[in-house]
Design a protein around this ligand. Structure first.
Ligand code: HEM
Ligand SMILES: *[C@@H]1O[C@H](CO)[C@@H](O)[C@H](O)[C@H]1NC(C)=O
Length: 515
């Protein structure tokens, strides 16, 4: 009303004052209606989830204050898993609740039913960045694109990638050798490995040789870090759940800026490949289906009417694969190296395995990847304890009944805590212990199908999982063949979930060159 008074004193005509008056009343009323709706929804959800007791919660902030992002967040969820071994509600602000799942049987129910859409906030918040690509899209569009892109991960295609990943790893290790002779022995690995996995995905999926490791151009990686950080922060700060408030906030501005940077990078990659395909020879090469890389599939895709994908659709997929294809594996490899540094006896066994293989082969090749049982077990055990994607979520389009008869209501957000399932004491003996032998053939057979789901499961599982496993094998084998890793007790990592599992202070290890 103060505005109206001020207008009057500025001698606006009466009609204009009335108009402003009306607008003010309208805004107030719609705000009130919206608030009433939100509270009603809150009450409905609380009633519907009564059967799921959970940790105490604050009426306004929910459980957010239990997650101070200081490295204890995930430990806390594991403590709750012991109290509520199947599922419990988790509130983020007064109006947003997830039913957080900690048990394989519950996970199986949600991951095997029809592909529920991912239109919850976590995915919504990153959509301005990765668009409506495979990770986020739903229904017919998702189905069509998944079918279109699956050949890009055919085993014949993956075969050709082994050499490319080995090349990227070699560049990184040569760099480490230089650093090693110059500086102290402690190295922050996460950044180095991110550059390496970015280099790999660029070469493999996009036929793009950016030399990003040598030029150390990490602007894209920094943008990805910023985007993950901001998306996570937005999720934790409930007023930011409103698009308008976020848009006007300084963090919203930072998000748009980082988005712009990331898009600039992907557009450049697409442009270069289009340019290259104007060359006859390149075009000949991709006619041979075996060399069709991921980007070529997108550029050449035609539906029944001969219509291709729009530029926007292509960029969404490129943004999705660029992010998913490098950040997850960087997390996987970094935490794996950390686990092996903590357990020198397992590290040594892996090293012996690779040294033996390399006696008869000059370098890592496709055929060798199936001959690394011990390394494979260590990778899996590290994916169990430090899953690069610690949790995923869905919105239910219809009520879902779990095996014990409890029901989650329609419209409910369901989070699957991969991290907690992997440490649930109902499923794993001594869950905190790093023990690769859990994954020996003998020990794996009796396990629940959904006890170990680093790549999720069911129709929306990870399309890149074989690519990822291969990349991790090549990288860790080559690293262990040249370096010994030791933990740096003065800089323990601080685990934080930010879409992917990161360390707030990086991952610092002492590296020693092998003779
Ligand atoms: C260790 C490495 C990786 C882990 C742990 C991982 C994990 C996952 C998980 C848990 C999901 C399910 C996400 C959800 O339901 O919201 C997923 C989906 C996906 N991943 Fe991965 N991923 C890895 C590497 C990769 C790589 C290398 C690529 C690409 C080259 C990739 C591309 C994708 C895509 C496109 C989806 C969405 C699939 C769909 O919904 O149809 N991932 N990943
Ligand atoms: C199975 O796991 C146990 C405990 O981790 C281990 O002692 C045993 O050797 C494993 N068995 C095999 C055949 O790997």
């Amino acid at each position: 009303m103060a505005i109206v008074e001020a207008m009057k004193s500025l001698c606006f005509p009466v009609e204009v004052c009335r108009l402003f008056h009306l607008i003010a009343v309208f805004c107030l009323v719609s705000f009130l209606i919206k608030t009433v709706k939100l509270f009603r929804r809150r009450w409905e959800m609380m009633t519907a989830l009564k059967l799921f007791p959970g940790p105490p919660t604050h009426w306004l902030f929910g459980h957010v204050s239990e997650f101070p992002q200081d490295g204890t967040d995930l430990d806390k969820t594991v403590i709750w898993t012991k109290q509520f071994p199947f599922a419990h509600p988790l509130w983020f602000g007064p109006f947003t609740v997830f039913l957080s799942i900690n048990h394989p049987d519950y996970a199986k129910t949600i991951l095997t039913t029809t592909a529920e859409p991912k239109d919850d906030m976590v995915y919504q918040f990153i959509t301005p960045w990765i668009g409506d690509g495979l990770l986020v899209s739903a229904g017919q569009k998702w189905f069509r694109h998944r079918r279109l892109l699956t050949p890009g991960f055919h085993y014949d295609v993956l075969k050709t990638y082994v050499r490319l990943v080995a090349e990227s790893t070699k560049i990184m290790l040569d760099k480490w050798e230089q650093i090693y002779t110059k500086e102290s022995h402690t190295l922050e690995l996460y950044q180095q490995i991110s550059l390496m996995t970015l280099d790999s995905i660029l070469k493999c999926a996009f036929s793009y040789c950016g030399n990003c490791q040598i030029e150390s151009d990490s602007s894209y990686i920094k943008a990805v870090y910023e985007l993950c950080f901001l998306a996570n922060q937005r999720f934790r700060t409930f007023p930011y759940h409103s698009d308008l408030i976020y848009y006007l906030s300084p963090h919203g501005y930072r998000f748009r800026k980082a988005c712009g940077l990331a898009h600039h990078h992907t557009e450049e990659v697409i442009r270069q490949r289009k340019e290259m395909l104007k060359n006859e020879k390149e075009l000949e090469k991709i006619k041979d289906k075996r060399y069709l890389d991921f980007l070529d599939i997108l550029l050449c895709a035609r539906d029944e009417d001969g219509k291709g994908l729009s530029d926007e659709e292509i960029r969404a997929e490129v943004d999705t694969f660029m992010f998913e294809g490098h950040d997850t594996t960087a997390s996987g490899i970094s935490w794996l190296l950390y686990c092996l540094a903590q357990h020198p006896e397992h590290q040594q066994k892996c090293r012996e395995e690779i040294q033996e293989l390399l006696e008869s082969h000059k370098q890592i090749e496709w055929e060798l990847l199936s001959k690394m049982p011990y390394i494979t077990m260590c990778i899996k055990e590290s994916l169990r304890l430090c899953p690069p994607v610690p949790g995923i979520s869905r919105r239910l389009t219809k009520p879902l009944t779990f095996f014990d008869g409890r029901k989650a209501p329609e419209g409910c957000l369901v989070g699957v805590s991969i991290y907690c399932i992997h440490r649930n004491p109902m499923v794993w003996d001594n869950p905190e212990v790093f023990d690769p032998l859990r994954f020996s053939t003998e020990n794996s057979t009796s396990r629940h199908t959904h006890a170990f789901i680093p790549f999720s499961a069911g129709p929306r599982n990870c399309i890149g999982q074989h690519f990822a496993m291969n990349e991790m094998k090549v990288a860790v084998a080559m690293i262990l063949n040249r370096f010994e890793l030791e933990i740096d007790e003065s800089k323990p990592p601080i685990k934080i979930p930010q879409l992917v599992l990161r360390s707030k202070n990086g991952i610092h290890l002492k590296i020693k060159k092998l003779q």
